[in-house]
Structures are given as structure tokens and as C-alpha cells.
Design a protein around this ligand. Structure first.
Ligand code: NAP
Length: 308
């Protein structure tokens, strides 16, 4: 028998946690599901300095603080890798790899995951020098030369983090200007052991069969193919919506993001979306938390409207 709730929240990052706080505090029965630890991407972030109330806080510490403040209102928190959400009248059925749950209201807070570069060597050396998480893997590259690919907030922020342990960090970017916020750029430019290669297209990640030994890239100005010897390659070339389980609901845009209105409502009544998984420009902890408060309250309003 599927367990019944008022609201099921899929994803326990900062937005999902906040939605759980608002919905549980409104006395609804709430299930918070995640296929990993609570906190989402905050767990892979070293220092956060753009979340109000903290001049600087470690990602895992902020996750723990958020989780504890939410659990005070006693939502259920369970492991579950959601495979599909289907509709049965106003009821939504959420199937995970191990269980089935139903609720009239579902909040999607599954966020986004890293994009791959799709070049030779990337898959072969994944976990053997290729990484998508500096906080997880930087310690393996103490005193080594590493490369970071990308020019956005993640590439620059993680490049700065890596520079504390690695001998040198080379940020390889496909243009001659970074996309990252000016504060992050300033921090990176101030580091003596961070170098930049501009207008470079990564062609391959090279290795010796066991581990990464370097990178091959094309100088886009001259067309010349060049190599850079490195022990590690950290790839930060953008993010992909985590929306596969929701494909059949008809709520995704052509890139897989979920458009919502300002009430976090999707096209399907009773299904809300928040945070990084939404079709939007700015993906931050602060606005995921804002979205979460709205979604939690709107789920409550939706349930009230069913009784009118
Ligand atoms: P992003 O902002 O989409 O940046 C991706 C970067 O990778 C861009 O510089 C892009 O180049 C480059 N790129 C894309 N495809 C590429 C390819 N095939 N080959 C080489 N380079 C490629 O992604 P992100 O940095 O992961 O950030 C994702 C979201 O999280 C953003 O909204 C960001 O603001 C947010 N975030 C915020 C913080 C913070 O506030 N501290 C930290 C991390 C992330 P172009 O510039 O040429 O497009």
C-alpha cells in the first residue's frame, strides 16, 4: 500500500528543506525524499559567503543547520530515488526505486547536476584524475598541477578552492572573459598559483591508461593544438536539470527545466517546482530558499482550496 501524505517534496537541498519547513509548520503531513544526503549541492561547496546571516559558512555546516531547523517541525525524511510521478485524479503517485507514496501536492526540488564535456578521455579517467567536485577530490591533488575547465561561478570558485592545495591551477576557458561574478574573479586573479588559458577548446583528456597526465586543447585564435601536463582535471561547464522522472507530466521546457509562475506552480495543479530545477537565470542558495518558502505555503493553499 502506498503511504499517503499531504505533500511530498522531492529533493532535500536548501529549497526542498525550506519547503518542508513551511509545509510542516503549517501542520501538513510532509514527506521529504532524497536519493542522497540532505543539503544537496551545499555538501560539495567549501565556503559560502553569499547567504545572509553568515559572513562565511562551510557548505556541510549550513546543510546541517538547515536540516536541524526543519526537523523541529517533524516532516518525514526518507531515502528514495524517484523514478516517476504519475497522476490519478488529484492524487499524485510518486514511485521511488523501493517504495510508492501518494499526495495531492508534490513539490519538485531536484536541482541540477554537472554537465559533461564529452571529449575523449573524460569518461575513461573519471575518478582517476577527472572530477566534477573539488571539495570531494582536491585532497588527492596536494602539490600537483591541475586544470579547471569552464569560466562560470563554479569553475572560478572551485579553482580558488583547489589553489589552496594544488601546486598550480590552470583555468581553461573557451572565451577571453569569465562569466563568473566579479568578486569571484577578483579572488582568482589575486592568486599567484592560478593561471588562465583563454580562447581554448578542450579536445581531449590525456592519460597513461591508469591516470590523467594532461589535457589537449585547441588555441581558438591560432588553431594550434597544444597540450598541458596536469594530474587532475576539474570540469565545470554548466548544469543540467534533474527532471527525468517528470518527463511524462508535460511540465518541462525543451531543455528539461520546469517553468513556473511566481507561486512556483507548474502546468499541473498541485505540482510545484522550486530552486535550480526551475527555468530561471540565477541559481543560488538564497533564491532556492525563497522559492521553498513560497512552494511550501502554496502547497498549503492548494490543499485548502480542495476543501472549499
Ligand atoms: P554556468 O554559469 O552555466 O557556466 C558554465 C561555464 O562553462 C561557462 O563559462 C561556459 O562558457 C562554460 N562552458 C559551457 N559549455 C562548455 C563547453 N562545452 N566547453 C567549454 N566550456 C564550456 O555553470 P556553473 O558555473 O556551474 O553555475 C551554475 C549555476 O550555479 C549558475 O547560475 C551560477 O551562478 C550558480 N553558482 C553560484 C555560485 C555562487 O554564487 N557562489 C557558485 C557556483 C554556482 P561561456 O561563459 O562561454 O558560456
Amino acid at each position: 500500500m502506498a503511504k499517503e501524505y499531504d505533500v511530498i517534496i522531492i529533493g532535500a537541498g536548501p529549497g526542498g528543506l525550506t519547503a518542508a519547513l513551511y509545509a510542516s509548520r503549517a501542520n501538513l503531513s510532509v514527506l521529504l525524499l532524497d536519493r542522497g544526503p540532505y543539503g544537496g549541492q551545499m555538501n560539495n561547496t567549501d565556503a559560502i559567503d553569499n547567504y545572509p546571516g553568515f559572513s562565511e559558512v562551510k557548505g556541510p555546516e549550513l546543510s546541517e543547520k538547515m536540516y536541524q531547523s526543519v526537523m523541529k517541525f517533524k516532516p518525514d525524511f526518507e531515502y528514495g530515488d524517484v523514478q516517476q510521478v504519475t497522476l490519478d485524479g488529484i492524487k499524485k503517485i510518486v514511485k521511488t526505486d523501493t517504495a510508492e507514496y501518494t499526495a495531492p501536492a508534490v513539490i519538485i526540488a531536484t536541482g541540477a547536476d554537472h554537465k559533461h564535456l564529452n571529449v575523449p578521455g573524460e569518461e575513461e579517467y573519471s575518478g582517476r584524475g577527472v572530477s566534477y567536485c573539488a571539495v570531494c577530490d582536491a585532497a588527492f591533488f596536494k602539490g600537483e598541477d591541475v586544470a579547471v575547465i569552464g569560466g562560470g561561478d563554479s569553475a572560478v570558485e572551485e579553482g580558488v578552492y583547489l589553489s589552496q592545495m594544488a601546486k598550480s591551477v590552470t583555468i581553461i576557458h573557451r572565451r577571453d572573459k569569465l562569466r563568473a561574478q566579479p568578486t569571484l574573479q577578483k579572488r582568482a586573479f589575486a592568486k599567484d598559483n592560478i593561471n588562465f588559458i583563454w580562447n581554448a577548446q578542450t579536445e581531449a583528456i590525456d592519460g597513461d591508461g591508469q591516470k590523467v597526465t594532461g589535457i589537449t586543447y585547441k588555441d581558438k585564435e591560432t588553431g594550434e593544438i597544444k597540450t598541458l601536463p596536469v594530474a587532475g582535471v576539474f570540469i565545470y561547464v554548466g548544469v543540467l536539470a534533474q527532471t527525468k522522472p517528470f518527463e511524462d507530466l508535460g511540465i518541462l521546457d525543451s531543455h528539461g527545466w520546469i517553468p513556473t509562475d511566481e507561486h512556483m506552480k507548474t502546468k499541473v495543479p498541485g505540482i510545484f517546482a522550486l530552486g535550480d530545477v526551475r527555468q530561471k537565470d540565477l541559481r543560488q542558495i538564497a533564491n532556492a530558499v525563497g522559492d521553498g518558502s513560497i512552494a511550501g505555503q502554496e502547497a498549503y493553499n492548494y490543499l485548502q482550496s480542495l476543501n472549499d
